[in-house]
Design a protein around this ligand. Structure first.
Ligand code: KG4
Ligand code: ZN
Length: 341
């Protein structure tokens, strides 16, 4: 028996829908609004919500079409309920509720971060617990012990900025448009990662802690650019990008490996938009290989925001039967502990 899920994700600036059959991704459609927000240097919540509204129906239709299924064939509808921009989330939740209600189907209200972790459950990775998951995105940076996909346990998280936030802000200082990750990565490839010694957050706390801090490295880049002046920055842009990227990526790799050692798991995974970064992917593969750990790295399209990962989270989240979800709503914040199944 198949389990056909139509999932919708609109928590930030991608309008996404996917059809997932068991662990197989039948379609995965993402309409990015990044260009719309680039002129502002970051996501404008009101603009995001309005654009989701104009795009979401077409994206859902496309996902069904690409999968070659009709809405009537779908067993469950899933949607990102939290956390995210409230206006943006509301568009996805209202759409999913309407589709589920009109067709008499159950609705699964899933957690975005749970989705980033559960992306590794999908084909072709099909990672099964136990493992330690690193999630690094524009809004979150955290490590979870996954003994059971239904209940990831928080091991550590950022105490200030998220890794992606630091990447986007640093990229902006170097004149790279939003979202800065891909541009920073491309520039860093031409630079020397050892040229500048940017600080790694929380080093003074000792070697055994699993939290992150990115406020310091961002400030260090700001001071370095001030000291260099416009000409100096132009001449050293690639070195600045490479050194900055390294200072962000290194603690992600080191603490992921430390968490794997502490908890004695046979596997690690990475997810979230920052996990699309080639340098991070390479370093994680290398470090995991040295320890004999299995490493699960999703396709880049399953790292950045998408709806297939929400269908994956939905496999481990209780479905709400028709029509009990009509009074349910989107929630902007993450719950204490961070992931709600
Ligand atoms: O998971 P995601 O798509 O959205 C959130 O849930 O936040 O993550 C977006 C973040 C942005 O900060 C973006 O700059 C970063 O992921 N990102 C990257 C790369 N691609 C996207 N960071 C580094 N290298 C990349 N190639
Ligand atoms: Zn995300």
């Amino acid at each position: 028996m198949g389990d056909l899920v139509l999932a919708i994700e609109t928590s930030c600036d991608e309008t996404a829908a996917a059809v997932v059959d068991g662990r197989r991704v039948a379609s995965n459609v993402v309409a990015s609004q990044a260009d719309l927000h680039a002129v502002y240097g970051g996501v404008v919540p009101e603009v995001a919500a309005r654009h989701h509204l104009t795009t979401v129906n077409a994206v859902v239709d496309r996902a069904l079409l690409d999968a070659g299924v009709a809405l009537a064939d779908v067993d469950r509808i899933a949607v990102t309920r939290r956390p995210g921009l409230i206006g943006a989330l509301l568009v996805g939740v209202a759409t999913a509720k309407a589709l589920a209600y009109a067709t008499g189907k159950p609705l699964v209200m899933a957690d975005h971060l749970h989705g980033h972790v559960a992306a590794c459950w999908l084909e072709p990775l099909e990672l099964d617990p136990p493992f330690v998951a690193l999630t690094a995105s524009g809004g979150h940076t955290r490590l979870d012990l996954v003994d059971d996909y239904a209940a990831p346990q928080l091991l550590g998280q950022t105490l200030d900025d998220a890794a992606g936030e630091a990447i986007d802000k640093g990229a902006r200082l170097l004149g790279i448009p939003y979202p800065g990750g891909p541009g920073l990565e491309a520039l860093a490839r031409e630079g020397d990662a050892t040229a500048f010694d940017f600080p790694v957050g929380l080093r003074s706390r000792g070697p055994d802690q699993l939290d992150f801090s990115y406020a310091g490295v961002k400030t260090a880049l700001l001071y370095a650019t001030r000291e260099l002046g416009d000409h100096g920055v132009q001449a050293r842009r690639a070195d600045l990008a490479a050194s900055y990227q390294e200072a962000i990526v290194r603690p992600l790799v080191d603490r992921l490996m430390l968490a794997a050692d502490i908890h004695g798991v046979p596997a690690v995974s990475i997810g979230g938009g920052v996990a699309a970064n080639g340098r991070l992917r390479h370093l994680v593969e290398q470090a995991a290989g040295q320890r004999g750990l299995r490493v699960a790295i999703p396709d880049r399209a399953l790292c950045t925001d998408n709806a297939a990962m929400i269908a994956a989270a939905a496999a481990f989240t209780a479905a709400i039967p028709w029509p009990d979800y009509v009074g349910e709503d989107a929630i902007a914040t993450a719950p204490p502990g961070g992931i709600a199944a």
